[in-house]
Design a protein around this ligand. Structure first.
Ligand code: C2E
Ligand code: CA
Ligand code: CA
Length: 322
């Protein structure tokens, strides 16, 4: 199916995902076989387009959980059930917290805490993402307004948020109304999402940049960027995916990759932020490689709004005491 079809005017590419179940090992009737294969197909479309996925009981449980999440998110009171965590962004050369990334948290009264990598894709699929993004964004701006005016706010956007004109307009309207300086705001978009929707993303990224807003490519390095396209995107930062630094202390290959990604960022004239730094040893290796912008548990875990403010105040106090 993957073979391209060459027609006189164009080349057509088609693809297909499939779900498989095995009779009689995994199902007992024709109905059940269809249902299971359909589950597996649904999962393939959702997570690994173009793949062949075999039905398992774990898969059925996962899919059932996601549909419960969908049901609950649709009736959730977004402003009350969702709250914000703030994770420090650390600048080693200035030895200071130069910003915070906002991370959404959901405490569902029915399901308990639900992880963002579960509820964000569900919200995207069921059309709730816009409302959720706007609710989180206005609260994030309010929190960041209490910070010193050289501290940045980094905010995750789903590709759906910039695809849909009304969500992007909503964000810009909230920003304008808040009086928050656009130069202190960074929107994070995953590299994978941007590459999938390159045309629309590029236009909107340029528009945000023209307003003074920073744009960071998140989880950079795991997506399939085409370097020829990347240099046309006016991004302000690359956030290197944490998978690259997991074995940085043992692997010279990983060190070389980090060095290359850092050079790439420099050539693109944008900042290079290393995510997921968990240990002092990792931090030491990365600093020796010349990196200066970090995020990760070693530099600070996601924290409450009050704790973020405390952290800024105590940094300020100690820098003025020194
Ligand atoms: P992300 O944008 O890559 O955010 C970083 C994730 O890595 C966060 O997980 C954070 O808690 C975790 N993390 C940070 N430092 C470390 C570390 O040193 N080690 C390890 N193992 N993990 C670390 P979290 O909060 O569960 O968020 C997961 C993903 O959900 C985020 O990945 C982001 O893509 C998405 N997300 C979270 N909040 C929002 C939001 O408000 N809007 C959108 N669109 N997506 C969001
Ligand atoms: Ca992020
Ligand atoms: Ca990331």
């Amino acid at each position: 199916m993957k073979q391209p079809l060459d027609l006189p005017e164009l080349t057509v590419r088609v693809g297909g995902s499939s779900g498989v179940t095995i009779f009689p090992d995994h199902c007992r009737s024709a109905e059940e076989a269809f249902e299971h294969a359909d589950y597996a197909l649904y999962h393939a479309k959702l997570t690994r387009r173009g793949a062949v996925i075999l039905f398992t009981q774990a898969l059925a449980t996962e899919i059932a959980y996601r549909s419960l999440v969908e049901q609950e998110i649709k009736r959730a009171d977004l402003d009350r059930e969702f709250h914000l965590a703030f994770q420090p962004l650390w600048c080693e050369s200035g030895r200071r917290t130069y910003g915070f990334e906002v991370l959404a948290r959901w405490d569902s009264p029915v399901l308990g805490p639900v992880r963002p990598d579960v509820f964000i894709p569900v919200a995207e699929r069921c059309g709730m993402i816009g409302a959720l993004t706007l609710s989180i964004f206005s609260r994030a701006l309010k929190a960041a307004s209490a910070w010193p005016d050289d501290v940045l706010l980094s905010f995750n956007l789903s590709i759906k948020d910039i695809e849909a004109p009304q969500i992007l307009e909503g964000l810009l309207e909230i920003l304008a109304r808040s009086g928050f300086d656009p130069h202190r705001l960074v929107f994070e978009l995953t590299e994978t999402a941007v590459m999938q929707k390159l045309q629309i993303a590029a236009g909107n990224i340029r528009r945000l940049r023209d307003l003074g807003i920073g744009v960071a490519l998140d989880d950079f390095g795991v997506g399939q960027s085409n370097l020829g396209q990347i240099h046309r995107l006016p991004v302000s930062a690359l956030k290197i995916d944490r998978s690259f630094i997991a074995d940085i202390c043992e692997s010279t290959v990983s060190c070389n990759i980090i060095r290359t990604l850092n050079d790439l960022a420099r050539n693109l004239d944008c900042a290079c932020i290393i995510e997921g730094v968990e240990t002092q040893e990792q931090a030491a290796v990365l600093k020796a490689l010349g990196l200066t912008l970090f995020q990760g548990y070693f530099f600070g875990r996601p924290m409450s709004e009050a704790a973020a403010l405390d952290r800024l105040q105590s940094e300020y106090a100690s820098s003025h005491a020194a």
